[in-house]
Design a protein around this ligand. Sequence first.
Ligand code: ADP
Length: 662
Amino acid sequence: MTPLLARLKTHVRLKLLALALLPIAVLLPIFLGVTMWHWIGRLDDLLIAKVTSDLRIAEQYFLKIEEAQAQSIVAVGDSRQLAQAMGEGEDALNRYLADAQSSMGLDFLIMDALGPQTNVPDAVRELLEASAAPSLSGLIVATPSELDRLGEGLSERARLSIVPTSGARPLEREHEDRGLILWAAYKIEGADGYLFGGRLLNRNLDVIDRMNALIYGAGSETPSGAGTTTLFLDDVRISTNVRLFEGDRALGTRVTEVVWHQVVEQGQPWLDRAFVVNDWYVSGYMPLTDVTGQRVGMLYTGFLEKPFADQRNGTVVALGLAFLAVLCLAAPLFLRMAREVFAPLERMTSTMKQVEDGNLSARIGTVEAEDEIGAVARHLDRLLDQVKERDEALRDYADHLNDLVDQRTQELREANQKLEDTYAQLILKEKLASLGEITAGVAHEINNPIAVIQGNMELLRLGLSDEIKSEVETELDLIETQTRRINTIVGKLLSFSRSGEMSDHSSLVNVSEAVDSALVLVAADLRQHKIETRRIESDVPLIEIVENELQQVLVNLFINAAQAMSKGGTLTVEVKPLAQGGKDGVAILVHDTGPGIPAAQIDHVFDPFFTTKQAEGTGLGLSISQALIERAGGNITVESMCGRGTSFSVWCPVASFCPDEE
Ligand code: ADP
């Protein structure tokens, strides 16, 4: 598809231009073409009508000459002068006839008896002999000898060189010797003969020029004249005012074969354009017949086609130019008008495109046109305003919804966390409760045998001699140490089992003081391991907890730290206020510089009986600590990094009441 066609499909303005120009660009040329065609046809008809009438005039004129010639010969024949001259003898007759011939403008005038010595051409003689009419006239083609018999030098005057003419039929002859004669004969009573006179039409320019002047006016026989008249003998121009290129008369030239064929051979007149010698003429040819009824030549009138053709072509060109001018003026004018009409539409299209691209603020703006397009543009702007308003409302609502979703998600997450915590606590409590029950039972069961072993060990020592005692001293010490160890474990198991119960009453505890007391309890251990202690203190509120239990937790953490830093290190204990989950509280951070807890173990340090210390460890310290702190409403967490040490954080909520407030 060409770009113009593609643009036509998409641009309303171009479509309308095409629609508007269609009548001008297509229908007007068709209308003009048809009109011109019709007009040219009418013009041709007029030209043919004119040439037909010209030919008719020529024919009438020719008949008139014939008739006048015949009448004048009759008049001479009836004249007393002729009778008198005849009476005076042959010389007088010849003198009179010569005078009459020249006064009538004839080429010959003779008195002929039609006997063996007759000078009248054979065809005329036969006619006269056969006819009873006293007066006859007509045309005849005379041979050179017949011409010579009629008048001296006539054959010479009749002789024409045939000029080669394009389009003429082939011809062997180089000369036309025959003469076309317009004759008239009048029977002279008493003389037993005919007065026979006439004109040789070959080279008879007088007749042809007068005929031409009659039809086309004086001067038209000049080389530039438009009207031409010709007499043909057969197809040869024997008298004409048609000129050759040099300006000479075109005597001896011939008519085209097609014209000759139609007119001379078929006897039909030719009324059409024809090529005459050297140019196109609007031509009329009619056949000339001799006295025997044979077609012997043609009478022609015609005028140059060129001036008419020039006029016609000029008119066509002028109309074409006028049409182009109209088109050239109409197209920009219409485009300009269309631009004004469609400017709002184009602005609408561009605005819609911007809106599509996301610019909801794009507007068509002020449109001055008060027509339907202007109304649509204004309406569209109002619609866009509404769309924008709704879009903003939707966006606000979406933002509001997002906030709501975020809020709900957060609430859900917190609720979920609480649920998880509660669930974990429940599980732990459940676990601890069942474990506590078992351990309490087991501890009681073990306590009695241990007491028996320890009592009997005392007895055994007392009962052994010093000698034997010294031998088994080591084994006895070992039994006692292990028995004490069993005691310790059982004690811890019992305190673990009791952690689920409300063993002691909680009180308001100063955390810093609790840290001090616990550090005193583990001071020996710390010293032993060459551990430096660092305190970071802040003013903290009191917390509500069973003091011994807090101490037990802290001691456990410090001892674990000391054990982790068996080759020395720093124990940092920080006490600070810390809010958690919207609750005020106190945090105790216990940080050591030990080897840290491997990632695989850190999730298990609060599990009961999880220990990495083999015989020395019970794996109950942290689990009991967790149980005690959680019972006080707090929590205990651990963070550790391999090689960097471990941090335990104990958090407890502040007391819900204060002694000062009581
Ligand atoms: P125990 O001390 O009897 O092993 P705990 O419950 O107190 O029992 O501790 C459990 C385990 O947690 C320990 O065996 C040890 O592996 C690890 N642990 C506790 N505290 C620390 C610490 N400060 N540094 C390194 N590991 C620790």
